[in-house]
Every structure is written in structure tokens, then in C-alpha cells.
Design a protein around this ligand. Sequence first.
Ligand code: SAM
Ligand code: SF4
Length: 322
Amino acid sequence: MLHDPPARRIDYLRVSVTDRCNLRCRYCMPAAGVPEVSHHDVLRFEEIAAFVAVAAGEGIGTVRLTGGEPLARLGCPELVRQLRAVDGVREVTLTTNGTLLPRYAPALREAGLARVNIGLPSLDPATYRHLTRGGALEDALAGLAAAFAHGFSPVKVNVVLLRGVNDDPAPFVALSEQLPVEVRFIEYMPIGPVAPHRYFVPADTVVARLQAFGPWEEVDPLPGAGPAGRAFRRPGAPGRIACITPVSDHFCHWCNRLRLTADGRLRLCLLAPQEIDLKPALRPQPDPEALRMLLGRAMREKPWRMADTTVELGRRMSQIGG
Ligand code: SAM
Ligand code: SF4
């Protein structure tokens, strides 16, 4: 089992399969995008699987594929298949903007993908287009429909809030009253390119607005609830609402995760610059013993809490994977 010095159990790995994306969300990337990792530097699926095999041997049971947009990389279902075949991996999940899900959902399901989280920052076509710099809401909604049609469960919807842009919860409350989704309102983290003093909305503000809709019932956390610990639903509604509060209420004390970037670095904390380069232990051939040593080093060096936001973090969200 992997434990770090404060005795947090680390059993969850987020794998960014690409830093590329077909959208340019304002809270995630600058308009011009970010410098892309060269093809040579991007880990091959076999290299990812070799690391996951070592990590699973040490207690990593859940692997989440993310990006960039993971489905923008060809062959994602094949990666899911390889990871599902690793001893010790209990589930493989996916975080996606959903726009390519209609194309890949059947193959992903067949490959053994368990669940999907879909980034869907607005249900209004113009606001969605504005927030994603050109994305079409209908594509993301088709992705949401595909997730249900192919039996992924539960389906979660990620809504990064920007003040005055998409911070009216009403459409998402309505969505939770129609579909068995979990809507997760996420506080904007200052790793993104827009100015936090202008756009940050604390979760408390959203909670106060939600109270105006009438009574809510607290419901049990879903599998992999992670930082969205508590969830609520309107009486009788199939869906639910949760808030993720990385800024107003850090959840570092029970962090359970590591992150692997597309260029093969183990990121020890989302909001701290420390990384360990795995490439020397992966190329020319994966060396399990060397990878195990680097995992041990990761446990010793994993920060106890997020850096304060004035620290240079070295990467944008799309280069880490959320
Ligand atoms: N492209 C996929 C997507 O959009 O879901 C996966 C990668 S994206 C970097 C992963 C998640 O990061 C998104 O779902 C979004 O909720 C979150 N995210 C991006 N920028 C953020 C920010 N500045 N603050 C908080 N969450 C952010
Ligand atoms: Fe792309 Fe996801 Fe970032 Fe939006 S949040 S730009 S979809 S990586």
C-alpha cells in the first residue's frame, strides 16, 4: 500500500493521455492554447500501462483518464482495455468534455470503462460557446446522452463556475430533476488564465442560491466521490448536486491521488510544482524496479498541502488533467 508521511493512503491515479484539446475553455487554457508536447515525448500506451502495473501492485486501484481532451487521442478504448487487464486495477474511469463521446462510447464501454465525468460548464448554447471558445452545446449534450445510452453509471457533470458568466445554478438544478446525473459545481482554481479576483465564485454563494429552490435532502456520496464529499437532491429528483471547494476549503488532509502527465511526469499535487520524471525508468524499456523506487520517492515528497497560489505552478490545467 502507498502511504505518504502524513499517512494518507494513495490509491487513485489520474493519467493525462494528451495535453491537446478540441476546446479552449476560458477557465482552463489561454486563447492561443499552450505549447504542445511533441509526439516523441508523449508516453505510449504500453509505457502508461507499464507504470500502472507497478502502481497497481502498490495499491493504486482506480485509474482515471483525462487530458487535455483524452478522446482527442486516437485509440483511447485500447488504452482502457490495457489498463483493465492490469492486476489490481479495479476500475478505469474517464473525464472528458463529452463532445467526442458519441463516437467512442460503445468502444469505451466494450473495453471496460466504468464511469464518465463530463465537463459541461453551461446549458445555454451561447454561454457554452463563449466559455469553450467555440464549442457547440449540442455536441456535449449528445455526449451526455451517449453516456446514459451506453450504461455508464454514475454520470457526473463538472461545472467550473465563473462569476457573472455561468453561476446561475437554475438550469443545472432542472437537469438534476430530469436525469440521474450528479452535477458538481467546482470553484475556479487560479491555475486557469482568467483573473480570480474578478471571476471566482465561492461555493457558499452557490449553496445560498440553491436554498432558494426549496428543500434539499442529503444523499450518500457516489463511488469515487473524492473531493465532492457531500451531495444533495431535490425531493424525488433522480439527480443530485454537489460542490467541490478546492479554494474555499482545501481537502488536502484526505488527498488520495497522484497524477501522471502526458509527457511522463508524476505530479505530486495539482497546485504545487513538484514533479518526478518517470521517463528514465520507462525508456528504452520499462524498468519495474526503478519505477517502484520513483513511486516511493513520490510518497516521501508528496506535499502535505497545496501551494499558495502565488507559487509558479509550471503548468496549466490542460497540461495536468484536473
Ligand atoms: N477535457 C476534459 C474535461 O474538460 O473534462 C478533461 C481535462 S480537464 C483539464 C479536467 C477538468 O478540469 C474539467 O472537467 C474541469 O472541470 C476542470 N478544470 C479546468 N480548469 C479548471 C480551473 N481553472 N479550476 C477548476 N477546475 C478546472
Ligand atoms: Fe479542454 Fe477540458 Fe481544458 Fe476545456 S477543460 S480546454 S475541454 S482540457
